[in-house]
Design a protein around this ligand. Structure first.
Ligand SMILES: *[C@@H]1O[C@H](CO)[C@@H](O)[C@H](O)[C@H]1NC(C)=O
Length: 276
């Protein structure tokens, strides 16, 4: 843990076109969105768990996501929405599929079984490859069950993803271990690419008093000022603003087993998109 703590400022201070934002709109404080765009900022891209871009972030490159599986096996709303973006001239270079499908709804997961996810992926995601879009595998949780879910998904799907998202809430060592596991499971990653972490996005872009992953992971304080982590992530210096917590939601409890220290390093890289 100590090693991870020491690494954190170094990792976050490195300017990179890979750096993205998981955009969590704050209806109570809409002006917070301006913080992500005001210079200097290292952010280049974002996703928001949805098919439609966030109107507040026109300057960043948008990555649509099919968050969960539609209830109907003939639903093509996501595919239609991305096709419409492309037809309107929007540069959609990548799409993401299923946020934590192996996780329960109560902790932020989309709770989809691998077979249904496979049907939805083949119907809503796969056709986008012909349009030049690179396709993401489902973004499973960091739990060991996440790997099993992903294997079952690929077996049911008979498909190939262009990149595998890795979610990690915890230490750097744990993240490195999961990335190694993914590479071992889908070894094409070793063949196609050398720098295999192509993008990452930190969670989260919200105030500490509404954080569901503990106050110390938030990029904004309860008053909407950048925390050290938030400022480092944008490529700036420390602010010394100390985030204070409010409520802890169920997700925080589920992920909180490692104690408060884990929150400090929570999501050094929460979402790493690994090309395979
Ligand atoms: C679209 O976005 C991707 C990713 O940022 C970029 O690599 C590519 O050059 C862009 N294409 C166009 C036509 O702007």
């Amino acid at each position: 843990m100590l090693v991870a703590l020491l690494l954190l400022p170094t990792v976050l201070a490195t300017s990179s076109p890979k750096r993205g934002l998981i955009h969590i709109p704050s209806p109570a404080h809409p002006a917070d969105d301006a913080i992500w765009l005001s210079p200097p900022t290292d952010l280049t891209w974002y996703y928001n768990y949805a098919a439609a871009p966030s109107p507040a972030l026109p300057a960043l490159h948008f990555v649509p996501q099919l968050w969960g599986a539609p209830s109907s096996d003939s639903d093509t709303a996501f595919l239609d929405a991305v096709r419409a973006l492309l037809a309107a001239g929007t540069n959609v270079s990548h799409v993401l599929a299923f946020n934590e499908p192996d996780g329960a709804a109560g902790s932020g997961g989309s709770d989809v079984d691998p077979a249904r996810a496979a049907r939805a992926w083949n119907r809503e995601i796969a056709p986008l490859r012909e349009l030049g879009v690179r396709l993401g595998a489902p973004a499973v949780t960091g739990a060991p069950a996440g790997m099993a879910w992903l294997r079952a998904f690929f077996e049911a799907c008979g498909c190939e993803a262009d990149f595998v998202p890795v979610h990690w809430y915890g230490s750097f060592e744990g993240l490195a271990s999961r990335v190694g596991e993914v590479r071992a499971a889908w070894p094409r990653a070793e063949i196609w690419v050398t720098d295999y972490i192509t993008r990452y996005s930190y969670f989260g872009s919200f105030r500490s008093d509404v954080s569901n992953v503990g106050p110390n992971a938030a990029m904004l304080t309860q008053d909407g000022e950048l925390t050290d982590i938030g400022s480092w992530y944008l490529g700036r210096g420390a602010t010394g603003n100390v985030p204070k917590g409010g409520k802890k939601k169920s997700g925080a409890v589920a992920r909180g087993a490692a104690g408060w220290a884990a929150w400090v390093v929570a999501g050094v890289v929460v979402v790493a998109l690994v090309v395979v």
